[in-house]
Design a protein around this ligand. Structure first.
Ligand SMILES: [Ca+2]
Ligand SMILES: [Ca+2]
Ligand SMILES: [Ca+2]
Length: 179
């Protein structure tokens, strides 16, 4: 790639990153994007240097529910869970788009999720607000690829190389100051 393209891509990345409001949990950065489609939301997440969120445990799920309840009026958010094409329905082949092998799942059991309702629910969403007693806020649902009025929650995990580079930079600064 020519240097000018690298610079333009970097500038676009920095500009889009700064336009976002970021939230920190356990050293990871989170932000929301707006997209009716799971796939388009994931592309936006990749453009921001991450993926749609991987929810690793109950503590992260609780934090996500609290965050989304606070910062958005939307009822549903995309998460990074999707079902690999042609997996046995309804509950096999669900994986995180980040490729994190985390086995934690938080499906809404009272409605039998994932239920592949209608035959093409292969995308994971997080229920922020619900309006019937058998649907629980913070639970997950499998749904179709594109829905009206959806946000997506993005999670960016700092690269070890980035941390290493920062540490190296700080060490250089410290060394200069000692001189
Ligand atoms: Ca996570
Ligand atoms: Ca399905
Ligand atoms: Ca469903």
């Amino acid at each position: 790639m020519k240097l000018v393209y690298i610079l333009l891509a970097t500038a676009a990345f920095v500009a889009s990153s700064f336009a976002q409001t970021w939230y920190n949990y356990n050293g990871h950065q989170y932000t929301i994007v707006s997209s009716a489609s799971w796939t388009a939301a994931e592309l936006l997440a990749v453009g921001l240097g991450g993926h749609l969120v991987t929810i690793n445990d109950q503590a992260e799920n609780d934090w996500v529910l609290n965050l989304l309840t606070t910062i958005t009026n939307e009822d549903r958010s995309w998460i990074g869970l999707y079902q690999v094409f042609s997996s046995p329905e309804p509950d096999q082949g669900w994986v995180w788009v980040s490729e994190d092998p985390s086995p934690f799942r938080h499906w809404n059991y009272d409605t039998g999720e994932p239920n592949n309702s209608g035959g093409s629910e292969n995308w994971g969403e997080f229920w922020i607000r619900t309006y019937v007693s058998y649907e629980h806020p913070g639970s997950w649902n499998d749904t179709i690829e594109s829905n009206s009025s959806h946000i997506g929650l993005v999670e960016v995990v700092p690269e070890p190389a980035t941390i290493g580079t920062i540490a190296f930079g700080l060490a250089l600064i410290a060394r200069r100051r000692r001189r």
